[in-house]
Design a protein around this ligand. Structure first.
Ligand code: ADP
Ligand code: ASP
Ligand code: MG
Length: 823
C-alpha cells in the first residue's frame, strides 16, 4: 500500500484550455512522488457560464447558444488532448450531461425560478468535465501510473450551516478508505468544488471551493503536502491588479494566510486552510505557468523577517454605526445586535467598539445594507423610540483595508506606520479594528481611495517603492535644471531608497505635456512645439491621480496666478515645493489661506529656495523658532546680483559698466531693474518676517531702490541705454562711504520688536562680515535669544540655476521623507 500522498490542485486558470491542460500533465509527470491526488477546478469561466445560464433561464432568455458554446469548448479540448476513442467517449458523456442540463434549464424557464439545489447541480458540471477530460489525457500519455478519475461526490460529505459547508469527517473518511487501499502507486484525478450533502444530493463547497476540496482530500489521504497551482508566482504582498509592485511572499504561517484570504486575497480560499492546519500539512502556492519559481510556503512556523506580510482589501462594504448613551454599561447589547444579524444571515466582517460603549460600529457587505439597517432598527425598536439609541447610521461605498503579519504582535509602531501612511496619502479613515492577536490591523476607508491606500501602505512597509506623482510648472532656467537633476537621480533613488519619483506632467503658461509614467527634460525638448494647450485644472487632475498615493507640485514659475492655486492644491492634499516667492510675499490673505489649507489637510509646503536658493536659511529659522528660540533681528545680503555689484565696484570705473558686465556674465535678471529695484530683496525679507511670525506686507518694508524714477518704467533697451544716469548719484554715495573708511552694501534688515523692515544701501565698516563675502554670496545673520552676542550666520552662493534647483530638489526629498520614505 502506498501511504504517502501528495495533493495537487489546479485552479480554473491552470486548466483553461488544451495547452494549459498539457502543461498541467507535464508538471505532474515531473513530480517524483509515487501517489498523487490531483484536484481540478472547472476550466476558467465555465462555472460562471453555467450559473449565467441558470440566471438567463430564470429571465426566460434563450440559453441554447450559451450551452452549445460551453459544450464546444470542451469538445475542442478533448479533440486536441485525447486519442479519438477517448475523445469520442468523453464527448458522448458530455452530450448526455448537456441534455440533462438542457432539460433542467427548460424547467427553470417554465417556473422562472431555480432552487439552490438546481443551481448547485448545474454549476458542478464544470469540474466533472475538466477532470474526466484531463484523466483521459493524462492516462493517454502513459507516464503516470494508474490514473483514475474520482468523483468527489462519492466521497466528501458536507452539511451547510450559517458558517458555510462543514465536512462530515466520519462518513467522508469511511468513503475515502477505498481510495487508500491501493497496493500500487496511483494518480487520482478528483473533481474539485462538488460534494454530497447528508441526503446524498449534490452540493458545492462554495465559489472557489476547489482549494477546499484539495485540503479535504489531503486530510482524508493523510497527505504530506498540498500544492495549489494558479496563475501567479505565489501569495503576493497585495493583489497584483491593484498594486503592480506587489512581491511574492516566500513563506506565511497558516494564521497569516487565513487572515489574508479572509480579507480578500483571492489567491487562496480561507476555508482551505482549516483541515491542513489541523494536520499541519504544508501548503505551497505555485505558478502553473512558471513551475521553476519556488512559490509561497504556508506552514506552521515560517521563517521570515517581515513584520507585515501582506495588505488586502475588501470592496463594496457598508459601515454601520449604532450610537446611544443607552448602550453604556448595558450587558448583552452587542449580543442582541449581532444575534439579530446572524438570524438574518448577514455576515459581519469587522466590528469596532469604543471603550465608552457609547457606539458600536461594524461593517457588512454593501449588498446587505438595507437588510442590515432594517434588522438593527427592529432589534432596537424600543430603544430608538425612547431615545436610548439616537442613531443607526449607514454609510455605503466603503472598503476595508487590512494589514496582516504575525510579526506585528509586539512590534511597536506598526499601527502608527499604517495610519501615518494613510494620512500621508490623504486617505480618510472611518473606522479601525485590530484583532487581539495583533495579526491584523484593519481600517474602513472610502472605496474610491482604496487603490491609493493599498499602494501607500504597501510602499510604507517597503513592500514596494514609494511612488510620487510630480507635476513641474515652469521648465525655464531653474525648472529645466531641476528636471535634469531629477532624471539623473531617478534610478539611484529607486534602487537605494525605493523612492519612485515620476514627473507626470510639465506645464508652462502656454502648453503642457502629460504622461502616465515619467517625463524627462529631453521628452520636453522633443515636444518643444507640441503638447497640449495649458490648462492648469486639467494638469492638476492628471498629476493628482487617484491611484498614486502622493502628489507633489514643483512650481518653478514666478507666477502669481500659479501661487493663487496653492490653497486649493494644499487643501486637496497636494504637496508643494517651490522657489516661487509670490505666495509668501504677496497679499497676506493668500499667505494665510496657504498656511490654513496646509494645516487643515496635513499637506506639506516647502519653499527653502525662495530665499538664498539652496542655502539652509528658512530651515534654520524654523528650527530656531520651533525649539523655542526668540528671533530678535535678521539682517543680511539677500541678492546675489547686488552682492556681486557692490563687491566688485570700487569707484575706479562707472557703476553702469559693472552692471553691464554682470549682465553679460548672466548674474542679473534679463532686465537688471528687477534686481536693482530691490523688490526681490524686499520680498525675501517679507518671507523671513512671516516665517518669524510677523504679519508683514511688502508695503511695510522701507525700500530704497537704486533706479531713479525717470528710468522706472521705460522699455528695457532704453533703460540699458540710459544706464549711465545711475553713475553720478551712485558715485556720490560711494564717496561719502569711502570718506569715513567704509564700504557700500545693499542690506535687508528686520527688527522683531519694532517690526521695522528696511532694504537699501548702507555704509559698513570694512571689517563687517557683510563687507567680506565672495562674488554672488548671500549672507544672513540671525540675532536671537540664544545667539545674541555672536549671531548665527548662514553664508554661501545664493543664486544660480543649479543651486536653486538643488534647493527645490532637497525640499522634494524632505516631503518624501515626511511621507515615510527612508532616505
Ligand atoms: P485560480 O483560477 O487558480 O483559482 P484565482 O483567480 O481564483 O485563480 O486566484 C488567483 C488570482 O488571485 C491571481 O491571478 C491574482 O490576480 C489574484 N490575487 C488577489 N490577491 C492576491 C494576492 N495577495 N496574491 C496573489 N494573487 C492574488
Ligand atoms: N469552479 C468553481 C468556481 O469557479 C470552484 C473553483 O474554481 O475553485 O468557483
Ligand atoms: Mg480560485
Amino acid at each position: 500500500m502506498s501511504d504517502s500522498w501528495k495533493v495537487h490542485k489546479f485552479g480554473g486558470s491552470s486548466v483553461a484550455d488544451a495547452a494549459c491542460m498539457a502543461r498541467v500533465a507535464a508538471i505532474l509527470e515531473a513530480d517524483p512522488a509515487p501517489s498523487l491526488a490531483v484536484v481540478l477546478s472547472a476550466a476558467r469561466g465555465v462555472t460562471d457560464a453555467l450559473l449565467n445560464l441558470i440566471a438567463a433561464a430564470e429571465r426566460q432568455e434563450d440559453v441554447e447558444q450559451g450551452l452549445e458554446a460551453v459544450r464546444n469548448r470542451h469538445v475542442d479540448m478533448a479533440t486536441e488532448l485525447c486519442d479519438p476513442h477517448a475523445a469520442s467517449e468523453f464527448i458522448h458523456e458530455l452530450d448526455a450531461d448537456c441534455r440533462d442540463i438542457a432539460s433542467i434549464l427548460h424547467g427553470v424557464r417554465l417556473t422562472r425560478a431555480a432552487s439552490g439545489k438546481t443551481r448547485d447541480l448545474v454549476a458542478g458540471f464544470g469540474e466533472i468535465w475538466s477532470t474526466k477530460l484531463f484523466a483521459r489525457h493524462l492516462g493517454g500519455r502513459g507516464k503516470r501510473k494508474a490514473v483514475q478519475w474520482v468523483d468527489a461526490r462519492e466521497i466528501v460529505q458536507v452539511a451547510w450551516n450559517a458558517l458555510g459547508p462543514s465536512v462530515q469527517w466520519e462518513s467522508s473518511r469511511a468513503r475515502a478508505a477505498g481510495l487508500r487501499g491501493h497496493d500500487h502507486p496511483a494518480t487520482l484525478v478528483i473533481t474539485g468544488y462538488i460534494a454530497r450533502d447528508p441526503k446524498g444530493l449534490q452540493t458545492t463547497l462554495g465559489r472557489n471551493g476547489s482549494d477546499f476540496s484539495a485540503s479535504i482530500f489531503a486530510d482524508l489521504l493523510d497527505a504530506t503536502e498540498i500544492c495549489i497551482w494558479t496563475d501567479v508566482d505565489g501569495v503576493l504582498s497585495a493583489d497584483p491588479r491593484r498594486v503592480p509592485d506587489a512581491t511574492v511572499i516566500d513563506s506565511l504561517s497558516y494564521h497569516e494566510a487565513m487572515e489574508l484570504a479572509y480579507f480578500g486575497a483571492k489567491v487562496i480560499h480561507p476555508q482551505t486552510m482549516a483541515p491542513a492546519v489541523e494536520k499541519r500539512i504544508p501548503i505551497w502556492i505555485r505558478n502553473t505557468f512558471a513551475p521553476d519559481k519556488p512559490g509561497t510556503l504556508i506552514c506552521e512556523s515560517p521563517v521570515s523577517s517581515h513584520a507585515v506580510k501582506g495588505i488586502t482589501s475588501i470592496e463594496r462594504i457598508a459601515l454601520v454605526n449604532v450610537e446611544g448613551a443607552g448602550m453604556i454599561g448595558v450587558p448583552g447589547t452587542a449580543e442582541r445586535l449581532f444575534g439579530a444579524l446572524r438570524d438574518e444571515g448577514v455576515s459581519v466582517i469587522l466590528i469596532s467598539q469604543g471603550s465608552s460603549e457609547h457606539s458600536i460600529c461594524f461593517a457588512v457587505p454593501e449588498a446587505d445594507s438595507a437588510l442590515t439597517e432594517r434588522t438593527v432598527r427592529q432589534a432596537f425598536d424600543t430603544e430608538l423610540r425612547q431615545g436610548q439609541i439616537q442613531n443607526v447610521d449607514l454609510v455605503s461605498g466603503c472598503s476595508i483595508l487590512s494589514v496582516v503579519g504575525d510579526g506585528m504582535a509586539g512590534t511597536p509602531g506598526i499601527a502608527a506606520a499604517v495610519f501615518g501612511a494613510l494620512a500621508g496619502a490623504g486617505v480618510n479613515i472611518r473606522a479601525i479594528a485590530q484583532g487581539s492577536s495583533e495579526r491584523n490591523i484593519s481600517a474602513v476607508i472610502d472605496e474610491r481611495q482604496s487603490t491609493r491606500a493599498l499602494r501607500a501602505v504597501h510602499a510604507r512597509f517597503y513592500l514596494s517603492p514609494h511612488t510620487v506623482s510630480i507635476g513641474l510648472i515652469g521648465p525655464g532656467t531653474v525648472g529645466g535644471v531641476l528636471l535634469e537633476q531629477l532624471a539623473s537621480q531617478r534610478e539611484r533613488l529607486l534602487r537605494d531608497f525605493h523612492l519612485d519619483l515620476r514627473v507626470r506632467g510639465i506645464l508652462t503658461s502656454k502648453r503642457m505635456l502629460l504622461s502616465d509614467t515619467s517625463l524627462t527634460m529631453s521628452d520636453w525638448r522633443a515636444t518643444a512645439s507640441s503638447g497640449q494647450p495649458a490648462d492648469i485644472v486639467a494638469f492638476e487632475e492628471h498629476i493628482h491621480a487617484e491611484h498614486i498615493p502622493h502628489t507633489v507640485i514643483l512650481d518653478c514659475s514666478a507666477s502669481s496666478t500659479v501661487a493663487d492655486q496653492y490653497p486649493r492644491w494644499l487643501g486637496k492634499g497636494i504637496h508643494i515645493a517651490t522657489p516661487n516667492k509670490k505666495a509668501n510675499s504677496g497679499a497676506l490673505d493668500l499667505y494665510t489661506r496657504v498656511v490654513e489649507a496646509r494645516r487643515a489637510a496635513g499637506s506639506h509646503y516647502l519653499y527653502e529656495a525662495t530665499v538664498g536658493a539652496g542655502l539652509p536659511i528658512i530651515v534654520t529659522l524654523r528650527d530656531l523658532r520651533e525649539t523655542g528660540d526668540e528671533i530678535k533681528r535678521i539682517e543680511g545680503i539677500f541678492s546675489g546680483t547686488l552682492a556681486y555689484l557692490f563687491n566688485v565696484w570700487d569707484g575706479t570705473q562707472p557703476f553702469s559698466t559693472v552692471v553691464r558686465d554682470a549682465k553679460a556674465k548672466g548674474f542679473t535678471e534679463p532686465d537688471p531693474r528687477d534686481d536693482l529695484s530691490g523688490m526681490d530683496v524686499a520680498r525675501k525679507l517679507v518671507i523671513l518676517g512671516r516665517e518669524m511670525g510677523l504679519q508683514l506686507e511688502l508695503a511695510d518694508v522701507a525700500l530704497e531702490g537704486l533706479i531713479p524714477p525717470a528710468l522706472a518704467t521705460c522699455p528695457p533697451e532704453e533703460f540699458m541705454n540710459r544706464l549711465g544716469e545711475l553713475d553720478a548719484p551712485m558715485l556720490a554715495r560711494l564717496h561719502s562711504a569711502q570718506k569715513s573708511g567704509r564700504v557700500l552694501r545693499y542690506v535687508a534688515a528686520l527688527d522683531a520688536a519694532s517690526r521695522k523692515a528696511s532694504v537699501g544701501l548702507v555704509e559698513l565698516e570694512r571689517s563687517h562680515p557683510f563687507a567680506n563675502i565672495n562674488l554672488t554670496d548671500n549672507i544672513v545673520q540671525f540675532v536671537t535669544s540664544r545667539y545674541h552676542q555672536n549671531p548665527l550666520v548662514v553664508q554661501g552662493p545664493g543664486a544660480g540655476p543649479a543651486v536653486t534647483a538643488g534647493g527645490v530638489f532637497a525640499d522634494l526629498l524632505r516631503v518624501c521623507a515626511y511621507l515615510g520614505a527612508k532616505l
